[in-house]
Design a protein around this ligand. Sequence first.
Ligand code: HEM
Length: 521
Amino acid sequence: MITVYFLLWLLTLLLGFYSISLLVKYLRNRSVINKVPSPPGHWFWGNLDNIIGHDPEIIFDMLRGYAEKYWPIYRFNGIYITTINLLHPCDIEIVLSQMKHLSKSRIYTLLKTWLGEGLLTSTATLYCVARENKNLLLLLLLRLNAGKKWQTRRKILTPAFHFNILQQSLVVFNEETEKLIEEIEMNSDKSCIDVVPLITQMTLQSIGETAMGLGNIDNATQLKYRESVYKIGKLLITKIAKPWYRIPFVYYFTQMRKEELQTTDFLHDLAYQLIRSRENILLKEHDDINKKTSYSGRKIVRMLDILLMAKMEGSDIDLEGIREEVDTFLFEGHDTTSMAITFLLLMMANHPNIQETVSQEISDVLGTGVPTYENLLELKYTERVIKETLRLYPSVPFISRIASEDFKTFTGYLIPKGTILHMHIFDMHRDPRIYRDPLTFDPDRFLPENCQRHPFAYIPFSAGPRNCIGQKFAIMELKAVLCGILRKFSLQHVDKPSDISFLPDLVLRPRGGVKVKFVRK
Ligand code: HEM
C-alpha cells in the first residue's frame, strides 16, 4: 500500500514539475515574443476581434494595412496562438532556406481532412533536422513517424517534373489551349467574357491529363470538383475567421462539419476512381511506364504512374498516400495556374503596348507552327511578363511555417521554437522599398540588369527546399496558353486592375471573376 502511495506521490511530483516547466517555458516565450511590435489588442482575445465575424475581404485589406504599418515584422495575437508575420526578404530567407523550418503551420492542418499528408500539407521538420544533424537515434525512432513522409514523397515525385515529361505535357497544353480557344470563339460575340470558369476548366483538364492520364473527366464531375474545392476554401476561411469552429467538441455538432465531410468524401471518391482507372490501364497494358500512351495515342509518363510504380516496387507509399498526392496535385496543379492565367489576361487586356510586344515575340519565335518546348524557352519578353504578373498577383499570397528551433531574425528579434510564422508574399512583392512604383506593371523589372534585389524578394513559387515542385510545369502552361490566345485574339480591357478585389482563399481569387473582351485577329 505504501508503495502505491509513494508511486502516486512521485507521479504527482513529476507531473507538477512538468507543468511548471511548461508554464515557465510558455512565460519565457511569451515575454520574448512580446518584444515584436503588434497592433493594439484586447488583454484576453488579443487581435482576434479584428477578424472574428468580419467579411473575408475586410480581413484581406486589414492584413495589407498591418503590413504597411508594422513593416518589417509584426505579431498577431489570438487567445492562445500568436503568429509572427514576416515581410522582410532577409527574415523570409532565414525561414525558407533552411531544412530546419520545413514544417507547415496549423493553417494547413485545416486542409488535412482533404489532403492528408500530401506534399503540400505534410509534416517534415523532425526527420529533416535529424538527417541534417546525422542524429541516428532520432532517425531510427522516426522510421515509424509521419515526419519523413514529405522527404520520401518529394523524392518519389521529383522525376515527374523531369524535362522529358515536361515536353510531353506541352502536347497536352497545346491541345487544351485549342479547346479553350474554341470555347472563347463560341462566346466571342458577347461584349465580354468572365475568363475564370473557362480557364479553370482548361487547367483542370490539363493537370488531369498530364498527371493522371484522364483528359476526359466529364463536365458535370469537373464542375462538381471545382465547386467542392471552392467550398473547402470557404470553410477554411470561416474556420480562421470564427476560431470556435476549431474546437473539436463544438465543430462536431455543426452543419459545417457535415458539409466538410460530404465534400471531402466526394473529392476522395473521385481521387480513388482516378487511381483505379489508371491502375487498370497500367495492368492492361502489361508494360513498363515508359510505354504508356495518352488518350491521343502518344507515349507519355505521368505523375500517377510514377506513384503507382513506386507502390508496386515496395516504396514507402500505400494507396491512401497515392490518394493524398492525387488530391494535392489536382488542386495545386490547377487552381494556382488558373488564377495566374486569369491575371495574365487581365494584364494583357489593360496594357495594349505590352500585349503587342508579346504578340510580336510569339509570332517571331513560333511563326505559324505549334509551340515546342524550345520555342517557349526563347520567349524571353513573355517570360518577364509572366514574372511581373506573378509579382503583382502571386497565386499563393502567403505561406506559413513553424519555427522548429529558436532563431534571431535579421531585424533583431528572438523567435522561440514552436512559433507560427506567416510570410506575406503578396505584400513583399508590392513593397515600394523593393519595387519602385510597385503597382505599375513593368516587365522590365526582370531584365537581368534590373534584378539587383535580394534573392528572396521575389518568391511566387516560394523558395528553398520546400519550394513549388510544379514551377516549370506552371510557367510552361502559362506560356502555351498565352501563345494560343494572342495568336487568335486581341484582348481589350473590361475590368481594370483597380476594379478587382480579392477573396482570401486557398489561392488569390478575384471576387466576381475577371472580364475581358476578345476580338478575333
Ligand atoms: C502559377 C502557378 C503556381 C504557383 C504560383 C505556385 C506556388 C506555390 C507555392 C508558393 C508553394 C509553397 C507553398 C507553401 O509553402 O505553403 C507551392 C508548393 C507546391 N506546389 Fe505550387 N504553384 C504553382 C503551380 C503548381 C503546379 C502546376 C503544381 C503541380 C503540378 C504545383 C504543386 C505544388 C506542390 C505539390 C507543392 C508543395 C511542395 C512541397 O511542400 O514539397 N504547383 N506552390
